[in-house]
Design a protein around this ligand. Structure first.
Ligand SMILES: NC(=O)C1=CN([C@@H]2O[C@H](COP(=O)(O)OP(=O)(O)OC[C@H]3O[C@@H](n4cnc5c(N)ncnc54)[C@H](OP(=O)(O)O)[C@@H]3O)[C@@H](O)[C@H]2O)[C@@H](O)CC1
Ligand SMILES: [K+]
Length: 479
């Protein structure tokens, strides 16, 4: 698991470590890491460092200092390095001097044009969101072969992932010490491109309790997705139940079933009008038309394609009465938003999977720019795990832990995609995994499956996700 720390925690760790080091040590470590990534990119895209043009965008703080020292190093390797002040008039004296000594030049904002590589050192963790218009106008003149953000793309809100007004859009971001929220959540994460984390020696001073988000890694998912042991049978692996579908939405049950089939449960029960279609597509599923005769399960999924009529409400009541871990998706979210009594006094774990409009129905207002806090607010209010869908899906557990999902592709924004996610999720819950981890694992595997299904520009549909989910599970399990 990769932990994510807010600016205050980074500052605290920095001052602890700096107390025992000569001044400027951390900045030199940062500049060395930045130089390495920049040089590798110049070699990869332009065949070498020597003679290539590099532009440093600077502001008034240490973020510009990092860029200037890295630029000095690149100038020492023969790159033609220029620097331009984008924000304010105060400059980083040490970095300025180093670049001048290495043969770099300072140009006026009017003279910027195309450069092979641009290092964005306008603002870092000292940045306030929303750059002044003068800085934005200067940035507009810059044309780059490749843009590398120093620490974070300038203009974003580092602690929330919001991007206010015009922010830098980078293909790569080189960050120092640890990930910050802007790297993993909200629109800012889309402006970062590929993230390179440089170890500058502050890790030991970062306190686990100060981290605000976690990013699951492949090894976490491999550990959480239970593998059957020799003593297991279909019941001990967990029985998942799906209550889904209606004459209006006959496809949702099939897609939810396909998602569940890729998960670790040993058996799947289905209740709904499409029971025949479900069995003909998935003969191993035990299906009945009515919820009353569905039999016992370790976890229920309710909502995909059920509609919100009286029959759907009755089914949902039955599911909730079972008091087993339950996923509420799609129409079930609309129903619990309308009938708050449904969740009153509930004790068994609950996972909700809203997109933004469903979130608004449940919470009363749409998610804010700080999506992690919004997800956590709903999780606390309803005492339920909340999987808030988005480009970077967030999972918030009422116990306070928040996960930012690192996988996925815009291709997943397709009809039926959520049904497969919900199906996989109920299978993970049935296998005994806690709600937070089950939701984080489902989001991770679903995102990875989307990447697989859309590989090489393939037009991916939700129908492709069942097979792709099996590939995703296999890929995390293969060391
Ligand atoms: N911590 C670490 O471990 C290490 C940190 N390092 C590096 O230091 C960076 C942080 O440097 P930093 O603290 O000097 O702040 P930085 O981001 O350069 O900007 C502050 C300046 O910008 C200004 N300003 C900001 N936003 C503005 C706006 N919207 N509009 C207008 N002005 C705005 C702001 O003005 P003020 O708020 O004072 O008015 C101030 O003058 C960090 O990201 C990393 O790159 C590494 O070297 C080593 C280890
Ligand atoms: K920056």
């Amino acid at each position: 698991m990769r932990e994510v720390w807010p600016v205050t925690a980074v500052r605290k760790a920095e001052s602890t470590v700096m107390a025992s080091l000569p001044e400027g040590t951390l900045m030199q470590r940062a500049a060395a890491g930045l130089e390495k990534v920049a040089a590798d990119l110049l070699v990869k895209h332009f065949g070498g460092v020597y003679g290539r043009s590099v532009l440093l965008l600077t502001g008034m703080g240490d973020n510009g200092g990092d860029a200037l020292f890295a630029g000095a190093r690149l100038a020492g390797r023969g790159a033609a390095v220029r620097a331009v002040q984008i924000l304010g008039s105060r400059r980083h004296e040490g970095g300025h001097k180093a670049l001048r000594m290495a043969g770099g030049r300072f140009i006026s904002p009017e003279d910027v044009g195309y450069h092979d590589l641009v290092l964005d050192g306008v603002t870092g963790i000292g940045g306030r969101p929303g750059l002044p218009i003068e800085a934005v106008n200067r940035l507009r003149k810059v044309r780059a072969g490749v843009t590398v953000a120093v620490d974070v793309p300038s203009g974003v809100n580092v602690d929330t992932g919001e991007a206010v007004g015009q922010a830098v859009h980078a293909e790569h971001t080189v960050t120092f010490g640890c990930l910050k929220p802007a790297h993993v959540t909200g629109p800012a994460s889309e402006l970062c491109g590929e993230i390179h984390l440089v170890d500058i020696g502050i890790g030991r001073a970062l306190r686990h309790g100060d981290s605000v988000l976690s990013v699951p890694e492949e090894s976490d998912i491999a550990e959480w997705v239970r593998r059957p042991g020799p003593a297991d049978d279909k019941y001990t692996r967990g029985v998942a139940g799906i209550a889904a579908g209606s004459t209006r939405y006959p496809g949702a049950p099939l897609l939810a079933a396909a998602g569940a089939q890729a998960g670790p449960a040993g058996m799947i029960r289905f209740a709904g009008d499409q029971w025949r279609q479900v069995v003909s597509r998935h003969p191993s599923i035990v299906a009945t038309p009515g919820i009353e005769e569905a039999g016992r399960v370790q976890a229920w999924l309710a909502g995909p394609g059920t509609g919100t009529g009286p029959r759907a409400l009755k089914t949902l009541e039955h599911v909730l009465e079972a008091e087993v871990p339950t996923v509420l998706d799609a129409d079930a979210l609309t129903l619990v938003a309308k009938h708050s009594r449904l969740l009153a006094g509930r004790r068994a774990p609950l996972v909700l999977t809203p997109h933004d409009r469903e979130y608004e129905r449940l919470y009363g207002s749409p998610p804010e720019g700080d999506r992690a806090s919004s997800a956590l607010a709903l999780a606390s209010r309803l005492n339920a795990v909340v999987l808030l869908k988005g480009h970077r899906t967030i999972v918030a557990d009422p116990d306070g832990s928040v996960y930012a999902n690192p996988t996925g592709t815009p291709d997943l924004a397709t009809a039926g995609s959520g049904d497969t996610l919900a199906g996989l999720l109920v299978s993970l819950l049935a296998s005994g995994l806690g709600g937070g981890r089950a939701a984080a694992a489902a989001a991770y595997l679903h995102g990875l499956a989307g990447e697989f299904a859309a590989r090489d520009g393939r037009p991916a549909t939700a129908e492709d996700l069942g097979d792709a989910l099996r590939d995703a599970v296999a890929s995390v399990r293969t060391p």
